[in-house]
Design a protein around this ligand. Sequence first.
Ligand code: ADP
Ligand code: MG
Length: 446
Amino acid sequence: MSEATPTVWQTAITTLQQRIKPHNFDMWLRPIRCASISGSEIKLCAPNRYIKEWFEDNYLAIVLQELQTQTDLDYQVVFDLEEEASSPVAPVIEIETPVKKETDISFDRGHRYLFDSFVAGPSNQLAHAAATAVAEGGHSAKYNPLFICGGAGLGKTHLLYAIGHEIHKNQPHLRIMYLSSEHFMNDYIKHVRAFKMEAFRSTYRDQCDVLLMDDIQFIAGKTGTQEEFFHTFNALHDADRQIVVTSDKYPQEIPELEDRLRTRFQWGLIADIQAPELETRIAILKAKAEKEQIRLPDDVALFVATQIRSNVRELEGALIRLAALSSLKRVEISMELAKETLLNSVGKNSPGLTIDTIQKEVCTYFSLKVTDLRGSKRHKAVTRPRQIAMYLSRKLTSSSFPEIGNRFGGKDHSTVISACRKIEGLVENDLSIRTAVETLERHLQL
Ligand code: ADP
Ligand code: MG
């Protein structure tokens, strides 16, 4: 058995390497060591607790899934730390769920998702207030259903768990079910195959007082599952059971969602979450740092919050990455460390930043027209800004040199490469270019 151990792990990791961004792979997966596999128990070891926790929250599920694909085994994970940290771990509050035993680790991760650790701000105020109200109401449905929607990494799952924990705290007799709609679907299929629909229906309709269903957009287009969910919804709603649903889109924007479900989602309250503003991003960073006992200087908090704008998960990831590196290198978190670790990885990762946006910003800065930038005029008043725009496109988006060339009116990739080299040199030696580049970068990342 132990002979084969490294191979199974190695194969899984190598397969995943193709799906994960290189800097994330290097930071969070590569350092995880597989000490042994015996039977269905797998022993892993991480260099420090930051890497361990981030790995558990974000990658463990897909690693386990990959291992399962290879071996058909459900592995139990035993985790060790190379460097013993002594921070106490919050106790896990158990919520009733029919899916607890399966490899869906989201439940374990849910223990950190409480109202206490959720930072409210203008971007999430309505969703936060509605979630609190629902959690207080518990059984007597006030907003039913509550439909929470918003982009990835903005706190939907966090709020959903927080509702569950709060209800459980106040009314421990209530049977609370947390599950993703994907899980609902898999469970449905399993029961259909086994001719056990009675059991399925009784689980979801008769043994549930509060249904917390994550990522409902997933069942769109899945006819059988939608049908079954529709009846589950009706049964619970008729019995005045609270239903909370999250989605990455508004009900009216989910393609292939049955109209009758759409209508039902609109019966209650629809609360959306927007990307947080700068102040909220800073507050989230500070709250997280305090909770994890990470020393985070104000200038670094501002810097990180300026770099990452549209996804709280990435914001937290950057903080944990900093903490992990400061612990590995045994240095304090500083602007220097932050620049070194974030500018390379995060800049390229800024979601939503496009070459178009960069071109427009550069044109505003230099009072040019976008057509000039994309055209072929060769005097310096145009070529320099064009080179800067190409340089920023390369640095801040994940576009390749040929793609960038295309977006600048079909220029050759070698032109883009030499523009990038040119500006790299000037940033070092020419103060006005450096100022321009830094100002533009700041604007583009606010
Ligand atoms: P979603 O389900 O919307 O994709 P999550 O709920 O998984 O997002 O949130 C991603 C991460 O960001 C989680 O670790 C969560 O705790 C954190 N997070 C999101 N919004 C906030 C917030 N307002 N305050 C504190 N943490 C937040
Ligand atoms: Mg989620």
